[in-house]
Design a binder for this molecule. Structure first.
Ligand code: KDG
Ligand code: MG
Length: 402
């Protein structure tokens, strides 16, 4: 089998997605997600100008060698743009391989380790009661794991809180909008939310919370400690993780489980965190961390240190990534949970898929490949729209982490 052609499809059915489609001489094609929120065209250009010319003529079944060619063979390594491009190629090649074998992708990884995949949804509200009512809605839908976020009094907007609830979309402006932030206010208000949620819903539902990189290690340690009685499933991205040693301090102070990694793109970004057992869940996913080939390596390293997976699954990961991630989740022995945010109806139309949701769990489906396709005619009706994630400032105007 040979790769004869590849193309990049950029479409915006309510939000931007970049999809790579690889064609073979045997008529089988594969698709991969190359979406990097707010930087879509950088990945599209990397693929178009620097990756696609090297693919033509290669055997698509040699996905390991192609991965090594694109990673090891390149002098300039790593980074979100490069790794998203490599991920798209890798996902498309696994799709081709599984279609050629006539099997769902998870069978090629080693078969299923579970019947279905537990997913968590996002409950959010402007205040405690609104968030609690949203949690109730997710419980009603059968979710066993729910992420809860609340508005912080005195702050105009807070990460994770939206008016459109289930369809939360942070990349909402043609130029970055500005949020304002106060760690002091946030630290005072978050524990009260979880006190209320445990009081109303008991300890059965898994509750999760995302700090979105905003605290310092000592502040994160304090938050983790103050949440211990509410037994969170995880506390996510408590600090920015460039400084991996920073997690030692958090770990010394709290037994609240820690999750990190949605912005990581290689095993090197999480090596120390995993090896020193400073985290409990690794959040890397297919589209941003080098595809199935590399994600599998991260998961295998994590398994040695009791770290479980919790793949990123926000709306900016396309249904193609979601489908591939669900195959990975069904197989991976050290699975924890999968994030699931609903895509809009328009997005679902552009990406017909075999995966399904039932009472808080998902299944990738059993069609050969990863089970997600792209309707190119429909995709062409939604041209790219520039959209940025917000930026964040402290209340005195100092630039902070968003
Ligand atoms: O593009 C940024 C989003 O993917 C991110 O803000 C979502 O933190 C996020 C999450 O946990 O889903
Ligand atoms: Mg997050």
């Amino acid at each position: 089998m040979k790769i004869v052609n590849a193309k990049v499809i950029v479409t915006s059915p309510d939000r931007n997605f970049v999809t790579l489609k690889i064609f073979t001489d045997e008529g089988v094609y594969g698709i991969g997600d190359a979406t990097l929120n707010g930087r879509e065209l950088a990945v599209a250009a990397y693929l178009q100008e620097h990756v696609i010319p090297c693919l033509t003529g290669k055997d698509p079944l040699q996905s390991e060698d192609i991965w090594q060619f694109l990673y090891r063979g390149a002098y300039w390594r790593r980074g979100p743009v490069t790794m998203s491009a490599i991920a798209a190629v890798d996902t498309a090649l696994w799709d081709i391989k599984a279609k050629a074998a006539g099997m769902p992708l998870y069978q090629l990884l080693g078969g299923k380790s579970r019947d279905s995949v537990m997913v968590y949804g996002h409950a959010n509200g402007r205040d405690i009661e609104e968030t609690a009512d949203e949690v109730a809605k997710y419980i009603e839908l059968g979710y066993r794991a729910i992420r809860a976020q609340r508005g912080i009094p005195g702050l105009g907007s807070t990460y994770g809180v939206s008016t459109d609830k289930m369809f939360y979309e942070p990349a909402d402006a043609e130029l970055p909008s500005e949020n304002s932030w106060s760690s002091e206010r946030y630290l005072d208000h978050v524990p009260v939310l979880f006190d209320r949620l445990r009081d109303r819903f008991g300890f059965e539902p898994h509750l999760l919370h995302d700090v979105h990189h905003r605290l310092t290690p000592i502040e994160a340690a304090r938050l983790g400690k103050s949440l211990e009685d509410y037994r969170l499933y995880w506390l996510e991205d408590a600090v920015t993780a460039e400084n991996q040693e920073g997690f030692r301090l958090i770990r010394q102070h709290t037994v609240t489980p820690l999750a990190v990694g949605e912005v990581f793109n290689t095993i090197w970004d999480c090596k120390q965190l995993i090896e020193e057992q400073l985290i409990d869940y690794i959040r890397t996913t297919v589209a941003h961390a080098g595809g199935i080939t590399h994600l599998r390596r991260i998961a295998d390293l994590a398994a040695l240190y009791h770290v479980r997976t919790g793949c990123h699954g926000a709306t900016d990961l396309s249904p193609v990534c979601m489908g591939a991630a669900l195959h990975f989740d069904l197989w991976v022995p050290n699975f924890g949970v999968q994030e699931y945010m609903l895509h809009s109806e328009k997005t679902e139309g552009v990406f017909p898929h075999a995966y399904s949701f039932d009472k808080g769990s998902m299944h990738p489906g059993d069609t050969p490949g990863h089970g997600v396709d792209i309707d190119e005619e429909l995709a062409a009706k939604y041209p790219y729209q520039r959209a940025y994630l917000p930026v964040n400032r402290l209340q005195d105007g100092t630039m902070w982490n968003w």
